[in-house]
Design a protein around this ligand. Structure first.
Ligand code: PXL
Length: 278
């Protein structure tokens, strides 16, 4: 069987276990051929460190696409994460047009816990919402969902009716499937809920809630989900694979959580991820 091939477009934060430094190894372990496109190189991620270096590589994005097209390369999937500028969002839309055969998975990556990340504003959120309209699968957290829909962020105390309505409104942006992460109805469980617009069906998968926050877990979840989707797993199975992997990564990091605040020890959980694909 031909190996599935995915390109992943996001930054390379050299230290910090997020974006490309997790997406590439996770999807490789899942058996995919991974083609990374670094949008920028940073010495660290921007959440919790100071004075990081940043080299914008966006000028190379379109020449890379042109070269790949000249070589007749095709892709089963494109996954995107942290991009950084409105201009880069436009370039990713260009990629989507150039590689129409690929399943497109967009993780908005611009906000969490009710707040935009420092580099972003509402215009950027609107740009990502437009990009989501061209995606097959989108993976916002509750904060990003609220920003993209121009709604108030509801941190807790919501019910299934709210989440299902939110997913329908997200799908109305134009994507086929919307998945919202970090859903916690009862304080005791946390998970992801998905909606497929074509069938009108909802899917969900929950595990025990672990009351801790590590950087990069959203990127880890989306990497596992994107890998599973491109491997052809149905959405319910993809949610299980991605939630279970994320939970295991968090659990294994808990004993070192102070020293390891910048990201989870995803590496030692890769064998379990591979097993969960069987
Ligand atoms: O994990 C998301 C992410 C990715 N890349 C960079 C970031 C962040 C979140 O803050 O700063 C550079």
């Amino acid at each position: 069987m031909r190996q599935k091939r995915i390109m992943t477009i996001q930054d390379l934060s050299c230290f910090g276990k997020c974006s490309l430094t997790v997406a590439h190894p996770i999807m490789s372990a899942m058996g995919l051929e991974v083609c990374p496109i670094p949008t920028a190189i940073l010495s660290t991620h921007t959440a919790g460190f100071t004075n990081w270096t940043f080299r914008d590589l966006s000028a190379d994005l379109i020449p890379i696409a042109e070269h790949w097209q000249s070589q007749h390369l095709t892709f089963d999937g494109i996954s995107t994460g942290y991009l950084g500028t409105r201009e880069m969002i436009g370039m990713v839309e260009d990629y989507f047009r150039r590689f129409p055969e690929a399943v497109k998975i967009v993780d908005p990556v611009f906000a969490d816990n009710g707040k935009l990340y420092p580099a972003f504003d509402e215009a950027y959120a609107a740009g990502v919402a437009e990009l989501c309209g061209h995606a097959d699968v989108i993976v916002p957290n509750l904060t990003e969902a609220a920003f993209m829909l121009g709604e108030a962020y509801i941190p807790a105390g919501y019910d299934e009716e709210y989440i299902h309505g939110l997913l329908r409104r997200l799908a109305a942006l134009g994507c086929r499937t919307a998945v919202v992460t970090g859903v916690n109805y009862d304080g005791a469980h946390q998970g992801a809920v998905g909606y497929e617009a074509d069938s009108g069906q909802f899917f969900q998968y929950f595990r025990e809630n672990i009351d801790v926050s590590f950087h990069g877990t959203g990127d880890i979840f989306t990497s596992a989900l994107a890998g599973a989707v491109v491997l052809g797993k149905p959405l319910q199975e993809a949610l299980r694979i991605a939630v279970d992997y994320t939970v295991e990564c968090i659990k294994i990091t808990m004993p070192d959580k102070d020293e390891h605040w910048y990201g989870v020890k995803f590496e030692s959980c890769l064998p379990g991820l591979i097993k969960s694909l069987e």
